[in-house]
Design a protein around this ligand. Structure first.
Ligand code: CA
Length: 316
């Protein structure tokens, strides 16, 4: 049996509630023995992003997972959020705001320094602010290696949610465009494999409606109640760009997805790109395989599964 994937998650946890669902999927897959979460970084400058990550990890009994946030502010994105303040205020956590959180680059460097060679899968479901800063980081007390060398030595692959495949006009791809210089720097300079999970995958798979039947103590439920409730309190189904990416990162393509041949997105500085297959490429992108409604069923279960301490018949 393969060893569980060792994951560092990088989430914006800002404008969209599907980051909260994605974190629930990751925590549930870890509880099922399918992955080990080494660290979580947020890529947003909103003061409550890390606190909400911490509220969800605390609910799932994993409050000890290290959490980082961007410190130098270079390019880091901030906007208003409909659910961050209420979830942060209503649910138990230990992080008052992003300022109380360790620098994301330090969190990455510590986790990579401790890892075996080619052991870590980095999953981004937000902006590439932290990865660009990591690649630029010099040797420090945690490692004699630069950020670039650490990534080359310790990272197995980067699974990146973003992009419209096979061609993107940069009009609707916020994970790249909200901090475009970082996206361009990280993707262009990345010294290893990148697997892209494009918007055409998760934006056609809908799940989350059964969160309404999970306990009111569930912060992911509250995020959906607020975010989806703006549109309908009768239907909380939502796209699964981020949860689908977690499913692929942990379980691989299996019978859910196919993987493209090797290639490259040939990213331009303005965020436009065109996918080109090539033998020398180090990038792939995920293709549909299983019917999306069946993948939605898998995700619904993984989003709504409750921590062992909360299993009182609320199976969602
Ligand atoms: Ca996201």
């Amino acid at each position: 049996m393969e060893m569980p994937e060792k994951i560092i998650l990088d989430t914006d946890m800002l404008t969209d509630c599907d980051d909260a669902a994605a974190l629930a999927v990751l925590l549930n897959l870890e509880a099922m023995g399918e992955c080990c979460i080494q660290a979580i970084c947020v890529s947003s400058k909103h003061p409550c992003s890390a606190a909400v990550v911490n509220a969800i990890t605390t609910y799932y009994g994993r409050e000890s997972i290290p959490i980082g946030a961007p410190k130098d502010g270079k390019g880091a994105y901030r906007s208003d959020s409909c659910f961050l303040e209420p979830v942060s205020a209503e649910f138990s956590h230990k992080l008052p705001n992003n300022d109380a959180v360790t620098d994301a680059v330090q969190i990455y460097r510590e986790a990579l320094a401790e890892a075996a060679d080619h052991e870590i899968t980095i999953v981004t479901i937000g902006y590439m602010t932290n990865l660009a800063s990591l690649l630029e980081s010099p040797p420090d007390g945690d490692s004699d290696l630069s950020g670039m060398e650490l990534v080359r030595k310790k990272v197995k692959r980067w699974v990146c949610m973003g992009g419209n495949f096979p061609e993107d006009d940069a009009k609707d791809n916020v994970n790249f465009t909200r901090d475009m210089p970082s996206a361009y720097a990280a993707i262009s300079a990345w010294p290893g494999r990148i697997d892209f999970v494009g918007r055409e995958i998760g934006h056609n798979i809908y799940a989350g409606n059964h969160l309404r039947y999970t306990p009111k103590q569930n912060p992911v439920r509250r995020a959906y109640e607020i975010h989806r409730g703006r549109y309908s309190q009768a239907d909380w189904n939502h796209h699964t760009a981020d949860p689908s990416t977690i499913l692929y990162a942990v379980r691989g393509d299996r019978d859910y997805f196919d993987l493209s041949p090797k290639g490259s997105i040939n990213l331009n500085e303005d965020g436009t790109f065109r996918w080109v297959e090539s033998e020398t490429g180090r990038q792939y992108h995920v293709l549909p395989h299983m019917e999306f409604t069946r993948i939605a069923g898998v995700l619904e279960e993984l989003i709504c599964r409750q921590p062992a301490s909360m299993n009182h018949g609320n199976k969602g």
